[in-house]
Design a protein around this ligand. Sequence first.
Ligand code: PLP
Length: 396
Amino acid sequence: MRLSSRAINVQASPIRRLTPLLLDAKKRGIVVHHLNIGQPDIETPKPFWDAVKNYDEKVLAYGLSDGFPELKDAVAQYFGRFGVSLNQSEIQVTTAGSEAVLYSLCLVSDPSDEVLVFEPFYTNYNGFGTIAGIKVVPVTTKAEDGFAIPSFEEIEKKITSKTRAIIICSPNNPTGHILTPEELERIVAVAKKFDLFIISDEVYREFTYEGAKATSIFEIKGADERCIVCDSISKRFSACGARVGFLICKNKKVMESALKFAQARLCPPTLEQIGAIAAYRMDPSYFDPIRVEYQKRRDVLLEVLNSNREIVVKKPQGAFYIMAKLPVEDSDDFASFLLKDFNDKGETTMVAPGDGFYATEGAGKDEVRLAYVLNVEKTKRAGEILLKGLEEYRKK
Ligand SMILES: Cc1ncc(COP(=O)(O)O)c(C=O)c1O
């Protein structure tokens, strides 16, 4: 018997591939601070839990393949707050943002087609690309340019007859960059010239700092029919385990096919949709203190990292990650060292090696991605341990 080439080639997530070392460290009694994964410690809102607890059916039945109409209405109302008008037929509830991204890729491309993505990018686009049988073609962005996207001409150079779509993510995981309306217009212009789809991952929409605002691709004129927005409650309502997300598109043909994909996997989670309806109905002021909290965490982590002059970081404007360039040759080896060979008073820090956030061979090898999802005190401590570990590592 032989496995498929996609089974053999699919990447292990750099966020999770060090898990065996993590489990081993825990077995040795080491306390591990997780800066490797975007799992927020913010409590899932009470209305979500109340709605789930009050669910009063005797059978936990299948729901509709494209989700509960009440949830779609709640999502449409939420988009209405920033001037985007949507109706139920333009929204499909998915099993979280991950399924929305995978479906989007499969909806717009055939095996061996290509999609452009600005790197560094959310690492699982690599995995989804392999599962879909397509090639993820990187367009590199750099910390020194604030991770802004390159010119029209630079983007255009990467387009071939096989290119089907451009993936964007704003606020960005892992860079924290927020695409400006001008950048979004440039992407739309490229997409129009080459008749491409735009897959816009907007799962971090609310996480913006110092007054910055994330613009949805739907807010850009003339983009409608070629845009698929992938969204999720995982980060928005700190409900990562709920597995509720959305594929949103104003193109009827896309939505008709998306529904057939959805029918094949029956339905998204029932109880969690009930919770999500209540969460979406909350007042938008819910996000204000959360934004303040994340900004504090970002600032404390930046302060610790900036205390080492050899570390290069760019202040992120949004999401809750920092891509940090370290004075190491192989951040995977360093991340393993932190788990295997280092502790400070019985504590260590777990980070995600940077190379998995790139598609360019060899890129990101001296970078790590850090998630500031722990409270201020823990984030500070985790950052300090990272610096101590770095000092020890370089003595090796
Ligand atoms: C940019 C981005 N998109 C999509 C996802 C997937 O989120 P979920 O499947 O939990 O909705 C994540 C998760 O970390 C992410 O960072």
